[in-house]
Design a protein around this ligand. Sequence first.
Ligand code: SAH
Length: 259
Amino acid sequence: MNDDGSRAGKLYVIGLGPGPACWLTPEASDALAEVTDLVGYFSYVERVAPREGLKVHGSDNRVEIDRSRHALELAAAGKIVGVVSGGDPGVFAMAAAVLEALENGPEAWRSLDIEIMPGVSAMQAAAARIGAPLGGDFCAISLSDNLKPWSIIARRLEAASAGDFVVALYNPASRARPMQIHDAFALLRGLRPLSTPVAFARAVGRPGERIVLTTLGEADPGLADMSTLVIIGATTTRLIARPGHRPFMLTPRGYGAGR
Ligand code: SAH
């Protein structure tokens, strides 16, 4: 209860993980059992089993700030709200949108009880399938952001290559943006050795999962769709052959040791 007798709401920002229930944290599943209202993009709210008393506000609205405002309004009205994201809500997902809406919203929203719950991010799930590609320093870059011009993406790919970081590329392609991943590969081919290991990890943990290990020189960027995470190795990244199994992709933790 609030001081004025009204019911205190709550807002959980929940990461659903990359897909399967086994990659949903117990904390997130407890919160999902508690919420009265679920807010999120259709394909994410659909992953939560319907139950009595749960109001689902699915949207295909790509304006995440509007969705966040709606969630904050519901919490301010006393609802127990869950805003859901795939993977981790803090990685290219709803946590930032909720905080931006909070920053620009009515003062009263600042006193709301808001809890952000981590989830398994796609790069962690993909890395585990592939071996240990993120064992050394790495960075994550999203190709999706409509507000981010290509010049910024190009600068970051160049800087990541100058720093010899492994790169995890989120949102590599969509129907509206099929070409950026081709441009990214064209750029990277001039910056890193063509023998650099590359992985396309599609729909990890979901039906239709597909892992392709290749090299920067031979990769077909057209393999990437909106369900794919692309990992591009550093100069230290290598493949460990395993007869009868897919090779492991390894980025060792240090330089030199163990070679
Ligand atoms: N918050 C999410 C990322 C949202 S951006 C997270 O932490 O994972 C959406 C992008 O994540 C997709 O375009 C794809 O690049 C990646 N992704 C999400 N789920 C995935 C999965 N199961 N397998 C491979 N990539 C996935």
